[in-house]
Design a protein around this ligand. Structure first.
Ligand SMILES: Cc1cc2nc3c(=O)[nH]c(=O)nc-3n(C[C@H](O)[C@H](O)[C@H](O)COP(=O)(O)OP(=O)(O)OC[C@H]3O[C@@H](n4cnc5c(N)ncnc54)[C@H](O)[C@@H]3O)c2cc1C
Length: 479
């Protein structure tokens, strides 16, 4: 077997967590290799994405900035080039704030950033095994068109989204039974929408939409009438970020069998070049009872999502005002996974840590996003959601470094969706994946430089925190 050796840091998975990890490791001086299964970088952000509101809640409810670093750098760069819209905090959306980027330009920028930072890439390569000596991970085995190769490095970071590599290395994990897991979705985009007509319908029929959902957990507690008054003042469809509801149309579709009933009706709004807004449907197919660690379930999910999309699109074109002449521009190549493994680390984030806004001495980043949401999906459930928990006083909670260090194995870190959290603290959003990715990258580079394991770094995180802060991460403050 061919051996590639000499890396300080090997990152497996080039989604949002993986690119942040690779850039951060390289900037900390590590000889870094990023391995990705497909030919593009971005994962659920833009390959199986494009996402709804990218970069949500970089501020907490008190409007304090709580997230910085590589995620804001990418937003600012795309903004300068006209491939993003500025951070928005529309008051009618309660405490949700968001900053959209054009997902395809985001993907192109990632390649630029890999070159700028001298990150080596190994694309079209699926990691299929780990190389281990005792408890110590020495690297991974990949399969690609050139055959099988052994990739060796001082520290390996699992950014596969599903904790695939950490699990193969023997790290313990939790996963819900498939009937309790969040559903997965296949996204698609559409153009040819008459947005003036869409906006008019929303303003004329506010009761049709789920705007009151934004009021849950917020402090200003508007009456419904105040909310409607505010909605009528919206003059750009982009301000909504997300449009969900079409209640009576949906009920009619359910009665006639023209709506499939596995999800609600609605879409997200993403920016494209020249100020164009595009409709992005990420919830129009939802497949429950689908275990992301079972290939048979994944195969079933891909088939079922496509069946639901065909039904949904016929309904959307027939009933949603403004969509009469719309056309699908892209169906993403694969279903996006909402929930899979959570790798258990030296600390497991708890629901009360989120709600009580707990701070930790080994903080590597913060989050103000709701945690623990549980969708339930079956025929006719419309994807009912258990309301998530939010930080109680409008602040944020810390993410401790120990959540990135998997138990029982050495030389490995986990970043992204699979970091160590109990189900009620589970948050799987883009900003947290980039925050944990950046921290894992710096920690891996430091461990390699100091010839220690990432676990040994737990004893003194001061240098890790110093470098993260110098790279723009937000670790301290009143939030
Ligand atoms: C339907 C849906 C809607 C969402 N909506 C939003 C939203 O509106 N806002 C938001 O912020 N977040 C949203 N999210 C969540 C967000 O998209 C994900 O949490 C995030 O993209 C996960 O990033 P990641 O880096 O952990 O994993 P991923 O993006 O999944 O990246 C993992 C990467 O690893 C690669 N990989 C996997 N296994 C291997 C292997 N063995 N070898 C080599 N490469 C491998 C994959 O190809 C992929 O590129 C949504 C998720 C879903 C499913």
């Amino acid at each position: 077997m061919q051996v590639r050796d000499g890396y300080d840091v090997v990152v497996v998975g080039g989604g949002t967590s993986g690119v942040a990890a690779a850039i951060a490791a390289a900037r900390t001086g590590a000889n870094t290799l990023l391995i990705e299964r497909v030919g593009a970088l971005g994962g659920q952000m833009n390959v199986s994405g494009p996402p709804g509101f990218a970069y949500a809640n970089l501020y907490n409810e008190r409007h304090e900035r709580i997230i910085g670093g590589i995620i804001t750098e990418t937003h600012e760069r795309l903004l300068r080039e006209g491939h993003a819209i500025p951070h928005m905090e529309p008051d009618f959306r309660g405490w949700y704030t968001f900053a959209y980027v054009d997902p395809d330009w985001w993907g192109l920028l990632m390649f630029e950033m890999m070159q700028e930072n001298n990150v080596k890439l190994l694309l079209h390569s699926l990691a299929v095994d780990v190389v281990k000596v005792g408890a110590a991970v020495k690297g991974v085995v990949v399969e690609n068109v050139s055959g099988r190769q052994m990739i060796l490095g001082k520290v390996t970071i699992d950014c596969t989204g599903e904790g695939e590599i950490a699990a193969r290395a023997g790290a313990p994990y939790e996963i819900l039974p498939r009937d309790q897991m969040e559903p997965h979705s296949l996204s698609f985009t559409a153009d040819g929408v008459d947005w003036d007509k869409v906006l008019k319908y929303i303003k004329d029929n506010p009761q049709e939409f789920e705007f009151e959902r934004f009021q849950e957990n917020t402090r200003h507690q508007w009456t419904y009438e105040q909310l409607v008054e505010r909605i009528r003042k919206v003059d750009s469809i982009a301000e909504f970020g997300e449009v969900m509801g079409y209640r009576s149309l949906k009920m009619k579709g359910l009665e006639t069998g023209e709506w499939h009933g596995y999800s609600g009706v609605g879409f997200f709004l993403i920016p494209r070049e020249g100020g164009v807004i595009q409709a992005h449907f990420q919830h129009s197919s939802q497949v429950g009872n689908c275990d992301a660690t079972s290939v048979d379930d994944l195969t079933f999910g891909e088939i079922e999502c496509r069946r639901q999309i065909v039904i949904a699109w016929k309904f959307i074109k027939k009933y949603l005002p403004g969509f009469e002449k719309a056309y699908i521009t892209r169906v993403c190549p694969e279903m996006r996974i909402r929930e899979g493994r959570r790798i258990l680390g030296d600390y497991v984030l708890k629901g009360e840590d989120v709600v009580e806004e707990r701070k930790f001495p080994d903080v590597i980043g913060k989050s103000a996003f709701p945690a623990g949401a549980v969708h339930v999906v079956g025929p006719g459930t419309l994807g009912t959601m258990k309301p998530p928990d939010v930080p109680r006083a409008g602040g944020s909670h810390d993410i401790p470094y120990r959540c990135l260090v998997p138990r029982d194995i050495e030389n490995m870190l986990v970043a992204g969706k699979a970091v160590s959290a109990y189900r009620e603290a589970y948050q799987r959003f883009l900003m947290q994946t980039m925050v944990t990715g950046q921290a894992a990258g710096v920690a891996a580079a430091l461990s390699a430089k100091q010839n220690i394991t990432p676990r040994m770094l737990e004893a003194d995180v001061s240098e890790l925190q110093r470098i993260l802060a110098a790279q723009g991460a937000i670790l301290t403050g009143t939030h």
